[in-house]
Design a protein around this ligand. Structure first.
Ligand SMILES: [Zn+2]
Length: 142
């Protein structure tokens, strides 16, 4: 939704109006559906203020997304820290190590983490080996 400040060129009436998009505004204007509430004139235009209203609104939306992303990134980072502290990194050998723990019944205090392909994960699950897939930030992967 975009809020435009509109001005009537006939009576200088200023009023706010909401539109689904800037395209909808253009469409309504073309079809002459935009008229002044006071004098019914069709000489209604967006004021110069409207682009800045629109810009600050979209900047606000981007900022919210950024904050959300930062929160998620922080959560993943904390998760990664926890895993690094409490799990042994086995890198590409994850499927092999997971199997050896499972079949040799190794009671390791620490769990393992590493990378595995989708196929490897599917095979592990079919063999009854539990493995969780977690998001991992690439710039922080050892
Ligand atoms: Zn008017």
């Amino acid at each position: 939704m975009i809020k435009y400040k509109l001005i009537c060129k006939d009576c200088n009436n200023l009023f706010d109006s909401w539109f689904a998009s800037s395209k909808e505004y253009e469409k309504l204007k073309k079809k002459k559906y935009l008229n002044c509430h006071l004098c019914n004139s069709l000489m209604v235009e967006k004021t110069l203020m409207s682009p800045s209203v629109f810009t600050s609104k979209s900047e606000g939306e981007i900022k919210i997304k950024d904050d959300k992303y930062k929160k998620i990134k922080k959560t993943i980072n904390e998760y990664q820290k926890f895993i690094k502290k409490n799990f042994n990194y086995v890198g590409e050998n994850f499927a092999y190590e997971a199997r050896s723990i499972h079949y040799k019944n190794k009671k390791k205090l620490k769990g393992i983490y590493g990378s595995a392909s989708k196929e490897e994960l599917k095979e592990l699950r079919e063999e009854g080996i539990e493995a969780e897939v977690i998001p991992w930030l690439k710039d922080n992967n050892n």
